[in-house]
Design a binder for this molecule. Sequence first.
Ligand code: PM9
Length: 461
Amino acid sequence: MVEKRSWAEPWKIKMVEPIKMTSREERERAIREAGYNTFLLQSEDVYIDLLTDSGTSAMSENQWAGLMYGDEAYAGSRSFKNLVSAVHDVYGYEELIPTHQGRGAEHILSQILISPGDYVPGNMYFTTTRYHQEFAGGTFVDVIVDEAHRPDSIEPFKGNIDLDKLAAVVDTHGADKVPYVSFETNVNMAGGQPVSMANLREVYEYCSARGILVMLDATRALENAYFIQQREGGYLDKSIAEILREITSYSDGATVSSKKDNLVNIGGFLAVRDPEIARKARAMLVVFEGLHTYGGMSGRDMEALARGIREMVASDDHVRARVGQVEYLGNALIKAGVPIVKPVGGHGIFLDAASILPHIPMEHFPAQSLAAALYVDSGVRAMERGIVSAGRDPETGEHRVPKLELVRLTIPRRVYTQAHMDVTAESVMSLCERPEQVGGLRFTYEPEVLRFFQATFEPIV
Ligand code: PM9
């Protein structure tokens, strides 16, 4: 008989952080004061914080010990050396440019590789990534497979690049106008959907033959490695560490927000193979971040990060439990008939707000409205991932209307228990039973860039 064990966590809790239980009246006041934007809530007013998995992980005792061991030397820090060696051993890249977080790496990469008039194909946009590509004068072109836009499709690799779409961009504009392909692992905006190893290999071969670089957004490559292990033929017997190394072998470099897979609260990096690209990146690093041996991080941050990188692949049990918890919540919602993006992704559950609230038109922001209503119902903080996040087209000034109008329940790593997941599921289910009680919103303040962070709204009555 095959032994079947649950995904239970390979750690126990050593320290706890109290969280406040609030009344409905308190939450109604808090969301009003936050302009119906969950980014603007005070964390002390939040019960279960599923805004993001970014920088919200619980560090291990080994990482906390690493903070004391951090070398704060301005130049040549020992902690930088430890970080270089961890990135090399786990991701396989030789050249490391440390940044304060992922967007710092995206800024540098975009500035050194993109010239005005260039095109950057990618598998669905990410907010900060696309912003930096456009800021450098490039145009992002979405080349993700069509299944990514269908919440109900249970294709196992909905993050894949459609080779025909990629070839169309290259044929139309010429390979010299395509500096690199921006290839995200476990695509965030698609619902945490993975790319297959076969697709990574194919894209790399196509690009290498045409002199186009492949730059991964490897922010959630660990979770992608887990899905490859579970879903792609021939990988069940390979370790997560081996699969991760194979993923990165089909690339020329990567940007990473270390606030996710890497189990730290701040940090990120650009890593590449080509010393000439690294030289150009370091020249920018000293202008925008800091000296090349710390970039945007303190010595203690680099030490905790080096340890987090090694820890995430030390045993497959870590990622199994991490994704297992996400699947636990997702399966509870699927069982209750709640429309979510399927298959369940790696870092969160994405509620299909357009289906849950069909009476709210897109211009009244169904996902923003649902996230606000969820907070009022239970104190669970989620994030809008739809028309507000997509922003406006810089050319036309019109809303960019994405095919997915989602609310993301993002699960921090090693932070919440199964009972917290149960409470979250109960609250979502109860909202789904009375959707007509949720109304739409309109802007009272709309920032020009990355508007979802700081916009404010009011209910349409
Ligand atoms: N992601 C998230 O909550 C935090 C910012 S919310 C817009 O999902 C990818 C795939 C990300 C990401 C951040 C970044 C930027 C790059 N790529 O936040 O700058 O998911 O460290 O990373 C967030 P930083």
